[in-house]
Ligand binder design. Structure first.
Ligand code: ATP
Ligand code: MG
Length: 711
């Protein structure tokens, strides 16, 4: 019924590993400039690397890719594609004990699914084991590396601490010849695991611990998934990574912030070896709220059965998100919107969902499904009559046409769409009340049937008004609500799974190394409904296809558990339900969701309350009026994240010419949940004063920089 396939974006069709021709941007860039792009643009201008841009995505095949990796993939492949360069896929497979072919295959499938292509540039650090060994020998010859007989715990002990320098190993001054001999015998398998290591001879007193004679090779008699038992010594990641980049002619080696302190070490190796020097640029990892992002923790969830596998639809893995119903387009859009920054932060999962909704709202066909069926009998509808009613496939796109939905005397409606004693603000079906059935008729509730034992309403009786066919009443009567429904005789049974975040805490991995992250697992993250009814057009829904169940959200056919005639649907994301929102807000905070005007005397708060606000200095870089909005001004505000935050601010009355705000320093609430407004998403708030004297934004004196903290 739908085709949501992605068009692959190649990072260049050239199949040679290194391209020496000049690579300038093929097109004027439309995506925002971030600090990494600025660096590359400067390098191109300065003619560095012969004008080439060559990046790589370097996963370690020790787990499945997650949404954080997607950020890195989009960045690396995206930059290469934007600048007419190349991006390699390189597996950092230096640790044979944790790596598996299964992971290699899943990583390739995920990168492809996301829409990127590495052509024939699929490389492995293990491809270079021989070369890396030669590098090691070179360093030994130069007196820059030595074989150490200290045991692992002694090495740790000699290493010193952040405040105390380390001590030289007694083996540090071995002669070159002896080192060469020992290294060769290490390789030949003469020594057991852990007996010796090869270390770089740098500086045991360096304030940077990475430079205190780091280990380059360790002995490990383990089978490698590619090199088998050819090796029993393996290079450490830190010795492999920079050299692999250099061998492949990588120009811009983009990695996450934790490698900033390793950069001097990579530089030291490359300088000592006198080989090509990529430029390393670090950016902040993506952290997403209500989930964990480290492969180690995700593996723990899988191994201990907290989820059904790496591709459990609750997992932040790409395979989990795919199975959940996410589109590659929505994930790429998300990665584009979060941009790249130099400071770690947490992105609200609501933004990811928002990107998904925007995409599916355009594309997902609408259908009707009832998750918790309640029988509705239309007393005055002829027995045995069936009408095929015309229903729109996608109101967002009339070109998608219509389909027929059967209507009959006995229907199912959603249990929660009926209340016997409705509270205020409940506008749906109740005794005596009339509502519209989507695409069908107005019906009025005349009676209910209850279960004797429980008192629960098990059947609702209605009468219908034949004049309202199609959903409009000729006498202009209004229905307070429109309900979806499925014909009891025609509906097909299905199982539907509803998901909530996997963790109850926004940052479950925080504190004490995140050791007790599993204490925050959400016991309600999965709810399975077994008695759902779907409109008959869904009997042919193919695994992986996505739909909007009207009024309920976006759902996709599960690719693992569905069987012909027995579909299983996963809820990808809900629609926003005003009723649920009001109920939630009232329950949790006692507050009404509408913004209340600030009254002169507010309740006192504590310093802790105040510190929950992340206030930042922002510089207005873009400012325009919002078409169609009377009060809004749209600002692009730089708060030092390497991208502009879009802020919709209700300040037009005071700033009818918003261009005048360009360059002004404003006060930004930076950790506000992005808010979807009629005119777009607002990713922050700027502070302003208002009163009888008018309206004015809060600004700063002095040369404060974007992103500086306000306290
Ligand atoms: P994890 O901590 O999840 O195990 P990792 O860094 O060990 O991740 P790698 O396989 O080494 O995983 O990652 C491959 C690439 O993806 C690296 O360049 C890494 O910097 C990047 N990456 C990993 N996690 C994130 C993240 N959360 N945000 C952005 N990039 C990430
Ligand atoms: Mg890593």
């Amino acid at each position: 019924m739908e085709t949501l396939e992605t068009s692959p974006m190649s990072s260049g069709s050239n199949s040679v590993q290194r391209r020496e021709s000049f690579a300038m941007p093929e097109k004027e860039s439309t995506s925002p400039v971030n600090f990494i792009k600025s660096i590359i643009l400067d390098d191109l201008k300065a003619g560095k690397y012969g004008g080439r841009v060559h990046t790589r995505f370097p996963p370690e095949p020790n787990g499945y890719l997650h949404i954080g990796h997607a950020k890195s993939i989009c960045l690396n492949f995206g930059l290469a594609s934007e600048f007419g360069g190349l991006c390699n896929l390189r597996f950092d497979d230096t640790n044979p004990t944790k790596e598996e072919i299964e992971y290699v295959e899943s990583i390739k499938a995920d990168v492809r699914w996301l829409g990127f292509d590495w052509d024939d540039r699929e490389f492995y650090a293990s491809d270079y084991f021989e070369k890396l060994y030669e590098f090691a020998v070179t360093l030994v010859r130069k007196g820059k590396a030595y074989v150490d007989d200290l045991k692992a715990d002694q090495i740790r002990e000699y290493r010193g601490t952040l405040t105390e320098p380390g001590k030289d190993s007694p083996y540090r001054n071995r002669r070159v010849q002896e080192n060469l001999d020992l290294l060769e015998r290490m390789r030949a398998g003469e020594f057991p695991d852990g007996a010796r290591v090869l270390r770089a001879k740098i500086d045991m007193a360096s304030p940077n611990l990475n430079l205190r004679d780091p280990v380059m090779y360790r002995i490990l008699h383990a089978e490698h998934h590619r090199t088998g038992d050819r090796w029993c010594i393996y290079p450490m990641y830190d010795f492999a990574h920079g050299q692999c980049d250099s061998i492949e002619g990588i120009t811009h080696s983009i990695c996450t912030l934790e490698f900033e302190d390793h950069r001097p070490l990579y530089d030291w190796f490359l300088d000592a070896l006198e080989i090509d020097h990529p430029r390393q640029i670090e950016f902040a990892r993506l952290n997403l709220s209500h989930t964990v992002m480290s492969k180690r923790k995700l593996l723990e969830l899988v191994r201990e059965g907290h989820v059904t596998g790496w591709n459990d639809p609750r997992m932040p893995t790409l395979s989990g998100l795919r199975r959940r119903g996410y589109t590659p387009e929505s994930i790429r859009d998300f990665c584009e919107r979060i941009g790249v920054a130099k400071r770690d932060s947490m992105v609200d999962a609501a933004l990811l969902e928002h990107c998904l909704r925007e995409d599916l709202n355009r594309r997902a066909p609408r259908v009707m499904a009832v998750l918790r069926p309640l029988r509705l009998v239309i007393d005055n509808y002829p027995d045995g009559q069936v009408e095929e009613l015309e229903a729109l496939n996608n109101p967002e796109n009339p070109a998608e046409g219509t389909r027929k939905v059967p209507f009959s005397k006995i229907l199912y409606i959603e249990e929660e769409d009926f209340m016997e004693a409705p509270p205020k603000k409940f506008y749906r079906l109740a005794p005596g009340r009339e509502v519209r059935l989507r695409y069908a008729y107005f019906v009025r509730c005349v009676d209910v049937v209850k279960d004797d034992a429980t008192g629960r309403v098990v059947e609702v009786h209605c009468t219908y008004d034949p004049d309202t066919k199609g959903g409009d009443s000729p006498d202009g009567r209004k229905a307070p609500a429109t309900l979806h429904w499925v014909s009891a005789d025609h509906g097909i049974p299905a199982r539907v799974r509803l998901y909530e975040p996997l963790f109850t805490k926004a940052d479950p991995g925080e504190g004490e190394g995140g050791a007790d992250f599993k204490a925050h697992l959400n016991p309600l993250s999965l709810q399975t409904l077994n008695e759902c009814k779907l409109e008959p057009s869904l009997s042919h829904a193919s695994p992986g296809s996505r739909y909007q169940f009207e009024r309920l959200g976006y759902f996709c056919v599960d690719t693992e558990d569905s069987r012909p005639g027995k579909p299983v649907f996963n809820r990808t994301a809900g629609l926003r339900d005003e009723w649920a929102k009001i109920r939630r807000t009232v329950q949790h905070t006692g507050a009404v969701p509408e913004q209340k005007p600030i009254t002169p005397v507010e309740k006192e708060i504590t310093v802790e309350d105040f510190s929950k606000l992340d206030l930042r200095v922002g510089v207005v870089r873009e400012a325009s009026l919002v078409e169609g909005a009377e009060k809004l001004v749209k600002l692009g505000v730089d708060i030092g994240e390497g991208r502009l935050r879009k802020v919709l601010a209700g300040i037009r009355s005071a700033y009818p010419e918003p261009e005048k705000l360009l360059g002004r320093r404003v006060m930004v609430v930076a950790n506000l949940k992005p808010r979807k407004m009629k005119f777009g998403l607002s990713e922050g708030m700027i502070l302003a004063g208002s009163g009888k004297g008018g309206l004015g934004i809060a600004t700063f004196d002095g040369d404060l920089l974007p992103g500086d903290k306000v306290s």
